[in-house]
Design a binder for this molecule. Structure first.
Ligand SMILES: *[C@@H]1O[C@H](CO)[C@@H](O)[C@H](O)[C@H]1NC(C)=O
Ligand SMILES: *[C@@H]1O[C@H](CO)[C@@H](O)[C@H](O)[C@H]1NC(C)=O
Length: 343
């Protein structure tokens, strides 16, 4: 009997790693060093986590692990930056309020931010036997389309989804559009990046075409990489949980039956869900972590506690109201914003 259970354990022991860790909020700011470098303010508001060398401009040659003095992520060697747009609630009287974020169960005490995953296989594959090539210094990418407003436009991207949390453990169903009913435990946004690299470019003009999705299926279903993008990378995956509880009273919702949430760039459909990533792990620490056996918590990676994560902060560059009720989204409507710039 004892022999049998040892064998069973050995078979279950992961060969490689699936990493899952929380990152606290670094800053909420109207900057986007990937899509609009040098622009302050950038067109819309973001929530950013990771190393504190995040800035208006981040040249690919920038060595984030040496320029950052701290990271908001639990893993001490990860100075990457991860960011998404911000969710707003639009009240019946036409004013807007930013929806705060909260962490996943088990990450209590970590303020705002998101949960980050690096996976070698599907989330529920406890063995993680596949090999992946970690991102290289200077690597960055973007996924999604800020202008998507139809389901067809959103379907070009696999797995950029919303989950209406009935409780903190709800994960399905996942939709491409905002939930249509109040979600008792909040709205979860999932951003899964493509996993196949062209093996050459650390970035590309649209920040996407150096990467591709598997030829068919998904990373999780084991789809192979296409010949144009043959290098299999980790599945980078963000979970952002928007705490909607103060906005869940149906009496405050539009009387025409539509839902009241809107992205910080004015999308009320949800189809323009998108995310940004700038790699910044120290040396080859990500590759080493991916090659060492662990499932979610890796004993080989040094971690910091919630207080240390929360203490890593960066001053906002664009100073504007992000907490009170406001008459328009930060940056206003895009055409007006551009007009103001050239006046
Ligand atoms: C951000 O960039 C500005 C100049 O563009 C520089 O003065 C500042 O020190 C940078 N901040 C950080 C945290 O790197
Ligand atoms: C608009 O509605 C919100 C939510 O009901 C309320 O808190 C806010 O004070 C209202 N603002 C104005 C200007 O009436």
């Amino acid at each position: 009997m004892k022999w049998t259970s040892t064998v069973a354990l050995a078979l279950l022991a992961p060969a490689n790693a699936l990493l899952r860790f929380p990152c606290a909020q670094l800053v909420i700011d109207r900057l986007d060093p990937l899509v609009t470098p040098g622009m302050a303010p950038s067109p819309h508001l973001h929530q950013i986590v990771g190393g504190n060398s995040f800035n208006v401009t981040m040249a690919p040659s920038k060595d984030m692990p040496t320029e950052s003095t701290c990271t908001t992520c639990q893993v001490c060697l990860d100075f990457s930056n991860y960011w998404t747009a911000i969710l707003y609630f639009k009240a019946k009287n036409g004013t807007y309020k930013r929806v705060p974020q909260k962490q996943n169960v088990g990450f209590d005490g970590v303020q705002g931010g998101m949960t980050v995953y690096y996976m070698q296989d599907g989330l529920y594959n406890f063995q993680q036997t596949s090999k992946v090539t970690a991102f290289k210094p200077g690597f960055r990418m973007y996924i999604g389309d800020v202008n998507a407003r139809t389901k067809e436009q959103a379907e070009r991207f696999r797995q950029l989804t919303f989950t209406c949390l009935q409780d903190m453990n709800t994960r399905d169903p996942q939709t491409l559009e905002f939930p249509t009913q109040p979600c008792p435990a909040g709205i979860m946004t999932a951003v899964r990046f493509p996993t196949c690299w062209d093996g050459k470019n650390l970035d590309s003009p649209d920040h996407m075409s150096h990467m591709a999705y598997p030829e068919y299926g998904t990373f999780e279903s084991g789809g192979p990489c296409p010949a144009s993008h043959p290098v299999r990378m980790p599945q980078l995956f963000y979970e952002v949980i928007w705490e909607t509880k103060q906005f869940n009273n149906k009496a405050d919702w539009p009387s025409d039956g539509t839902q009241p949430f809107v992205w910080s760039f004015g999308d009320g459909t949800g189809y323009a869900n998108h995310g940004d990533y700038v790699f910044g792990w120290k040396d080859d620490s990500l590759q080493r972590a991916m090659d060492s056996p662990c499932y979610q918590n890796c004993p080989t990676l040094q971690t910091q506690n919630a207080a240390a994560m929360n203490a890593c902060k960066k001053d906002r560059v664009v100073r504007e109201e992000v907490d009170a009720w406001v008459n328009e989204l930060p940056g206003g409507h895009m055409p007006e914003y551009i007009k103001k710039r050239w006046d």
